[in-house]
Design a protein around this ligand. Structure first.
Ligand SMILES: C[S@@+](CC[C@H](N)C(=O)[O-])C[C@H]1O[C@@H](n2cnc3c(N)ncnc32)[C@H](O)[C@@H]1O
Length: 271
């Protein structure tokens, strides 16, 4: 394990997201408006590609069992619930667990939410039709164990959709390594893993240093080799991550670039 021990990295996960709920917007009055604001910000500003790509509202989700691994404040799982899926979730951070429960309650939706570790899923073998995880497993030191657990609890023929930070992206090499690491000299003061940790809101790369790993198709394929079939996609590119030309690029060219150099690599695997 790089730098910190696996156990320490797990402690940093809790420190990070207990202090900074993922996608938090505005002042903290945790009411329905707050959760609707988080949702609006997520799909209309942060990840404008997400709703059409993941097709949460698809009729195919009606009546199926969906497990989300690392649900954060529950925003994506709510979308599956709205489409009529029977939702289950697990997350490692107590604050997220409480916020997601409240999010579902305020919307009058149901989900079976658990506080726990993706490396030890508290579910029977072959339980779920679909397992979804967005921006989670690159933070855990035992990703292989987590993916094996996902495989175990997924039904034969079921789908696992996982989104991880993409190594071969402009955000990784230009924004983090070049701008933050080299131009701002953070590689000298924080080291590579420290620089990467600072991309999470509130993390200083020292006292709060969540594990941030990056993957590409080559490094992911062996982890997903048990599945019968996996398709890979890449998404998420913002103009500010494109050196010099970012502000003048057309939207259609940006779309093309994001499919190669975007910040998330998404695998869709079938068991
Ligand atoms: C960046 S947040 C993403 C949350 C949510 N998926 C979203 O996109 O808003 C990462 C989440 O992964 C959770 N997490 C990290 N490691 C985990 C593990 N081993 N088991 C379960 N959840 C984990 C954290 O608690 C946190 O909620």
């Amino acid at each position: 394990m790089d730098e910190l021990e696996a156990k320490e990295y797990k402690e940093h996960i809790r420190k990070q997201w207990d202090a900074n709920p993922c996608g938090k917007v505005g002042d903290i009055t945790y009411d329905l408006d707050y959760f609707k604001n988080v949702e609006k910000n997520r799909y209309e500003s942060y990840g404008t590609w997400m709703q059409s790509f993941y097709d949460y509202a698809s009729k195919e989700h009606k009546g199926i069992s969906v497990l989300e691994v690392g649900f954060g404040q529950g925003t994506d799982l709510v979308q599956f619930a709205k489409a009529g899926a029977n939702c289950t979730g697990i997350d490692y951070t107590p604050t997220h667990f409480e916020l997601a429960k409240l999010n579902f309650k305020l919307r009058g939706l149901k989900a079976d939410l658990h506080l726990g570790d993706a490396a030890n899923l508290p579910f029977e073998d072959n339980s779920f039709d679909k397992i979804y995880s967005f921006g989670v497993l690159h933070h855990t030191p035992d990703i292989e164990k987590c993916i094996n657990e996902v495989y175990r609890v997924l039904k034969p023929g079921g789908t696992f959709v996982m989104s991880l930070y993409h190594k071969d992206s402009l955000f990784h090499y230009y924004t983090k390594v070049f701008l933050d690491g080299i131009v701002k000299l953070q590689l000298l003061t924080l080291g590579y893993m420290g620089v990467m940790a600072t991309l999470e809101k509130g993390a200083d790369g020292k006292k709060i240093k969540p594990l941030v790993n990056v993957y590409n198709k080559k490094s992911l394929s062996p982890l997903l080799s048990k599945f019968s079939n996996t398709e890979y996609s890449v998404r998420h590119l913002q103009k500010r991550d494109i050196p010099i030309l970012g502000s003048i690029l057309s939207q259609s060219y940006l779309e093309k670039l994001q499919k190669k150099y975007g910040w998330y690599i998404i695998s869709k695997s079938t068991k």
